[in-house]
Design a protein around this ligand. Structure first.
Ligand code: NAD
Ligand code: GLY
Length: 381
């Protein structure tokens, strides 16, 4: 068969190999419409409880429930208010109460239909409901499709910081329907692209070069862009699947996936999860700061930092925090001390020796950290 006549595969499957908890990530178009057929092999009973949010529900919930119901699968659901502020104890209680009120059983499947907020919340609720039930991720943001829906980290935010209460609980299946990205606001698409870029920066210099040449097209919303985005999602999922299989509980290599996150979480804590700064935007700024710190410590060529800044500028990602409030290095460093990556009182930083060469360091001089943050804050637009 020549190339023109070859039919494109409906979806690509990326395997996450974790013994008897292994699962597949399906990436492609039209997956929600095929949900009944795709979820059937992992259902223990013909019953699901769907958690979604107020933006996603009007777009996809009715159709998904229709497809599942036509295969005889009973659906109950809960719709959370959209946004990071829902990822808290109050809403966790609501989710669990709704699941119990619907008389969910141990064999009922929880489904997370939405972005990372819904995925983290529904996954955590599934991990504690009746001492643990199975769940499926149906991510509808780029960020969730390339990162949060894969790897089993679930949880909520508390006053003390991001994701400080949670559980490792792997999904039984991930359905990343790339058609859903067509309704995603551009700002959210870009925020997800920061996590795509992360995979290039942390360990795949060739993918980073591909992004420099093709990233803007992938974000363009065109047909060519859709193919590019799909390449980004598959590449990111393959990288994450490999890392999670090697280090599920983040004892070693998985720490690299936090490139930009120690800085980014400190910014998010300051901006109060208000929408003024999205998680992916905070991570983009944090990755620039991590590269800047690496340069200041004499570990990374300045030219590599310049490449990161240039590409983020080219696609429209922020490289410095918004100037909507007064920040100081001391406040940000205070938040970093609360980070989950603190070990024996020292913060684990993910630094880089260059593009594609991230590593973990516990030896960051305070003076260099302060210098980096001061420089970043003085540049605030
Ligand atoms: P989100 O879930 O808040 O979604 C972003 C916005 O897009 C929301 O307003 C949502 O309603 C809307 N939306 C979702 N899908 C849509 C669609 N298809 N069309 C139109 N609108 C849509 O945010 P996010 O960026 O997906 O996820 C961020 C969260 O993920 C943070 O809480 C972060 O901590 C978490 N996270 C978790 C992990 C992990 O490993 N568990 C990794 C990275 C990030
Ligand atoms: N997003 C980081 C991780 O999953 O480990």
């Amino acid at each position: 068969m020549n190339k023109q006549n070859r039919i494109a595969p409906v979806s690509t499957t990326v395997a996450v190999s974790l013994g008897n908890r292994s699962y597949g990530i399906e990436v492609g178009r039209g997956l929600l419409a095929r949900a009944a057929e795709l979820v059937a092999p992992v259902l223990q009973q013909k019953r699901v409880f769907i958690v979604t949010d107020s933006n996603v529900a009007p777009l996809y919930l009715g159709a998904l429930e229709g497809h599942l119901a036509s295969a005889g699968i009973r659906c109950d659901h809960l719709i959370l208010p959209a946004g990071e502020a829902s990822k808290d104890f109050t809403h966790l209680t609501q989710v669990l109460d709704a699941m119990l009120a619907a008389k969910c059983e141990r064999s009922t499947m929880v489904v997370a239909l939405g972005g990372g907020v819904v995925g983290d919340m529904a996954g955590f609720a599934a991990s504690v409901l009746l001492r643990g039930v199975d769940f499926i991720q149906m991510p509808t943001t780029l960020l969730a499709q390339v990162d949060s829906a894969v790897g089993g980290k679930t949880g909520i935010n508390t006053k003390a910081g991001k994701n400080l209460v949670g559980a490792f609980h792997q999904p039984r299946l991930v359905l990343a329907d790339t058609d859903t990205l067509e309704t995603l606001p551009r700002r959210e698409l870009l925020a997800g692209y920061a996590e795509v870029a992360k995979y290039g920066l942390l360990g795949d210099a060739a993918f980073w070069s591909w992004l420099e040449s093709n990233g803007a097209t992938a974000l363009s919303g065109t047909a060519a862009g859709h193919d590019g985005l799909r390449h980004c999602i598959v590449t990111a999922c393959e990288a994450k699947a490999r890392i999670v299989a090697a280090d599920e509980r983040e004892q070693g290599e998985r720490i690299l996936l936090n490139l930009g996150h120690t800085f980014g979480h400190a910014l998010e804590a300051e901006f109060g999860y208000s929408g003024a700064l999205l998680h992916g935007e905070a991570v983009a700024i944090g990755m620039v700061q991590a590269f800047d710190l690496s340069v200041r410590m004499g570990l990374c060529p300045a030219a590599d930092l310049a490449r990161v800044r240039a590409h983020f500028n080219a696609v429209g990602l922020p490289v410095t925090p918004p100037k909507t409030r007064t920040l100081t290095p001391a406040t940000l460093i205070g938040h970093m001390a609360q980070d989950k990556k603190v070990k024996d009182g020292a913060v684990n930083f993910v630094l880089a020796k260059g593009v594609g060469k991230a590593f973990v360091s516990r030896d960051v001089p305070m003076a260099k950290l302060e210098e980096t943050l001061r420089a970043s804050l003085s540049e605030q637009p």
